[in-house]
Design a binder for this molecule. Sequence first.
Ligand code: FAD
Length: 590
Amino acid sequence: MLRAAVSAAAMAGIDAARDDLIADSAPMQLNICYKCGCGEGTSIMNMKTTGPFDYVIVGGGTAGCLLANRLSADRNNTVLLLEAGGKDDWIWIHIPVGYLYCIGNPRTDWCYKTEPDPGLNGRSILYARGRVLGGSSSINAMLYLRGQQRDYDEWARRTGDSGWSWQGVLPIFKKSEDHWRGADEFHGGRTLDETAGHEWRVETQRLSWEILDAFRDAALEAGIAKVEDFNRGDNAGSSKFEVNQRRGVRVNSSKAFLRPAMQRPNLTVITGAQVKRLRLDGRRVLGVEFLRGNEEVFAAAGRETLLASGSIGSPQILQLSGIGPGALLQRHGIAVAHDLPVGENLQDHLQLRMAFRVQNVLTLNTMANSWWGKAKMALEYALHRTGPLTMAPSQLGAFLKSDPAQPTPNLEFHVQPLSLDKFGDPLHAFPAFTASVCNLRPASRGYVRIKSPDPRAYPAIMLNYLSAPEDQAIAAQSLRLARRIVLGTQTMQKYAPEEFLPGSAFQTDEELVKAAGDVGTTIFHPVGTCKMGRADDPSAVVDPQLRVRGIEGLRVIDASVMPAITSGNTNSPTLMIAERGAMMVLGNRA
Ligand SMILES: Cc1cc2nc3c(=O)[nH]c(=O)nc-3n(C[C@H](O)[C@H](O)[C@H](O)COP(=O)(O)OP(=O)(O)OC[C@H]3O[C@@H](n4cnc5c(N)ncnc54)[C@H](O)[C@@H]3O)c2cc1C
C-alpha cells in the first residue's frame, strides 16, 4: 500500500523534486577502455586485456566508492573500479522511501535467499545486497551508527593492532563525516582550513510521530534514559536515529565519494562488470577476470587488487579463485591455491519484529491507506522535502542490556510507525506500530560457500540464526523487555496497545524462542566472512593490514573483514574500514 502511496506521490506533483534529484544523480561518464567482440568461453590466450592499472577495485559499493576516491586523489595512481550492477541514476534510489522499490528488485538488488534455517523454523529468507553503484548504501535504511567503543577495543585486542581501537578509529570516522552539528570532539565537519574529506553527510530526520515519542517516554518510564547522540562510543538509551541524507534526499557512497572523483583522468569505472575470479601466478595476484555481457576481459593490476565486493561477494570471488576451504574447493573441481577459512564466521543481526495494534493515534498504516493521506505525503515532499517520503524505515532507536550482567548494551530497538506481515507485503489497514529488537553481539555463526564453480551461480548463505543457546536466551529476554515497555507502562495505556505479532500466546522461554524463529528476519548486516586477525589466529583470512594471508598483491577491504560484528548498524563502520584501508594501501607505496 505504501508503494501505491509513493507512486501516487510521483504522479501528484513530485516532478519539481525529481528535477533536483536527477541533477543530483546526473549520469556518469564511463571511461570504458576496451572494445572486444569475443564471446563466452574465451580462453586466457585470447581474452581481451585492459590495463595495467595500479589498483583494481572489485565492487563499487559502500567501501569501493570511498576507495576509488582516496586512491585516485593522487593523479600518479591509475585506478579501475569494477561494479557488477548499473549506475545509481534511478530516482527511487534517491527518494528515501524508495528503498521499498529497490529492495527485492534485480535492478538494484542481488536478491539472494538464505538456506532454510532451523533457527527460523526452517524458513529461507530474502537476503538483500545492493547491486548498483553505491552497493548496499544505495538501498539501505540510511541509519548512521558507529557501534560502541568496546567493539573496536575488542578488534584491537583480537588483531594486535591498536589502530583498530576506538581511539584509533575515531579520527577516521571523523575524516569522512559531515555532521549536522559541525566539527567537535566526536564529530567531523569541514573547517575553514580543510579542502578535502567530510563527504559523508549526517542529518536529523525531517518528520516525527506521536506514537514514537510515546514509545520513547514509555522506555524512560521503564528505566531507559533519553540521550542526544548514539555515536560517542557509549550508546545506551533512546534517541531518534540520525540519517545519511541531505535535505530529504539519500546520500549513498557513490554520491558522496565516487561522483566527485569521476572527472579524474586516472580513474576508470566500468559498470555491468561481474568479476569471475582473480588471476594468480603462484601466490601472486595479477588482476581479475570479469564478464561484461558476453565479453570476458582480464584487468591487470600492477600494484594491488582490492576486493570490496561485500560479505557475500568477496568470499565467493576468493573461493572461485582457489583461495578458501580446501575440501569445499576440491568438491567443486577448483584447484586449491591457498587453504583459508574464507566464507566462515558469518555473523548478522537477527531482528525480532513485534507489532502492536493501537488506538487514538495516527500511524503510517492509516495515512498510506487513504487517498487523502497519500496526496498529502506527496505534496509535502514535493514542496518541502519533508514528511513520510523522507522516511528511513525506522525513526526511533534504543540501546539497552538484556540483563545487567552484560558489559554494555547488547540490544538495539528499531521502532517504526507502521506494520506489515513481512517486507514487500502491504501495510496493515489498521493503526499499528512495530518495535523490532535485535541481539547486537550474537554468538551464532554461519557461512557463505560456493555451490558451483560457475561465477553466476549464487553461493549458499547459511546464517544458523539462534543456534547458540545464549542467543536463544537473549531472544526470549528481549521479547519480554519489549512487552514491558509497550504493555507494562502507564505512558502507553492511552493507546490501548494490543500485541498481534508474535502474539500473547507465546509466554514460556521455549514458546518465545519458537516465536523468535517465526518473526525473526535479517536486519541486513552480514560481516566476518573474510575475518581479520593475528597471524596465529587460524580463523583469520586477512591480517590487520587487510592483506589476504599467504597471497601477494591482494587485500579485502569491506564489511567482510570485521572480526566481530559491531554493536549497531554496519554501513558507516564499513566506510571507516575503507578509509583506513586506503591509508594502508597508500602508505605501502613509500
Ligand atoms: C536493505 C539494507 C538495509 C540496511 N540498512 C542499514 C542502515 O540503515 N544503516 C547501516 O549502517 N547499515 C545498513 N545496512 C548495511 C550496510 O549497508 C552494509 O553493511 C554496507 O553497505 C556493506 O558495505 P560493503 O562495501 O561491504 O558491501 P556493499 O555495499 O554491498 O558493496 C559490494 C559491491 O560489490 C559489488 N559486487 C559484488 N560481487 C561482485 C562481483 N563479482 N563483481 C563486481 N562487483 C561485485 C556489489 O554489486 C556491490 O555494489 C543495510 C543493508 C541493506 C542491504
